[in-house]
Design a protein around this ligand. Structure first.
Ligand SMILES: Nc1ncnc2c1ncn2[C@@H]1O[C@H](COP(=O)(O)OP(=O)(O)OP(=O)(O)O)[C@@H](O)[C@H]1O
Ligand SMILES: [Mg+2]
Length: 240
């Protein structure tokens, strides 16, 4: 489903080169929910942005649903992202001048889906994330946890193969964090959407089926949750 092969990444600023990710390989199977754990600066967001096709890696390959996203040109990649990849951000990133329903529908507007079809799907998803009564409110009229529910619904509306979430509960209190994680888990189990969730909190990672740990840009094995280390040094995650 998602395969990362011998991935390395460096940032260049003027003459200065910062190596951030070192020779990372792993596989995630369809329907798995994986936490990407690591301390601040370990390279989690960089890895997530590379997997989501938001930047190109210095070295290595990324395959999503059998497609090499590293080999795609900008136009192809943008189209692939719209169809196959969902994103949930720490700061929700909802549009303030659109209602909750319109925010959720937005990815389908870009795909020229009929308004009546979009609306129906958005309302179904609002139900799934537990706030069916908020459709006509604006983001500023919702709590942080409710806004994150909207952003989860928006990420799901294109029925993506994989959803990347960068610290989705980073701005929330512990109780709301637990609620959001419970929603993600239920969606993972009912829709079989693959989730990769970045977090620096062990407690959040403990809620997922599998954990990948980054330390200083390298992947370290988590013995309890990772089933198989590949001969190449990569890690294959198998369902329990
Ligand atoms: N555009 C950039 N140019 C140069 N260095 C960068 C750039 N983006 C990130 N870095 C560096 O890459 C390293 C990893 O950053 P990244 O944002 O991936 O970490 P993170 O694990 O997501 O941290 P946090 O938990 O704080 O969000 C850091 O040392 C950071 O300074
Ligand atoms: Mg980060």
């Amino acid at each position: 489903m998602l395969q990362v092969e011998e991935l390395s990444h460096s940032f260049k600023n003027g003459n200065e080169i910062t190596a951030v990710l070192h020779d990372i390989s792993f596989r995630v199977h369809k329907g798995q929910m994986v936490a990407l754990l690591g301390s601040s600066g370990s390279g989690k967001s960089t890895l997530l942005n590379l997997m989501a096709g938001l930047m190109k890696p210095t070295e290595g390959n990324i395959f999503i649903a059998g497609h090499s996203i590293s080999a795609m040109n900008e136009n192809k990649l943008a189209e692939f992202r719209r169809k196959h990849i969902g994103f949930i951000f720490q700061a929700y990133e909802l549009l303030a001048n659109l209602t909750v329903r319109e925010n959720i529908e937005l990815p389908l507007v870009f795909q020229s889906v009929q308004p009546s079809v979009r609306r129906k799907k958005a309302l179904e998803l609002l139900e799934k994330v537990g706030i069916p009564d908020k459709a006509d409110l604006f983001p500023s009229q919702l709590s942080g946890g409710q806004q994150q529910r909207v952003s989860i619904a928006r990420s799901l509306i294109t029925e993506p193969s994989v959803i990347f979430a960068d610290e989705p509960t980073g701005n929330l209190d512990t109780r709301t964090e637990e609620e959001i994680l419970a929603i993600l888990k239920t969606l993972n189990q009912t829709l079989h959407t693959t989730f990769i969730i970045v977090t620096h909190e062990r407690e959040v990672a403990a809620q997922t089926e599998h954990i990948l740990t980054l330390r200083d840009g390298s992947l370290v094995t988590d013995r309890q949750k990772v089933a198989e280390v590949l001969p190449s040094g990569g890690i294959a995650i198998e369902t329990k």
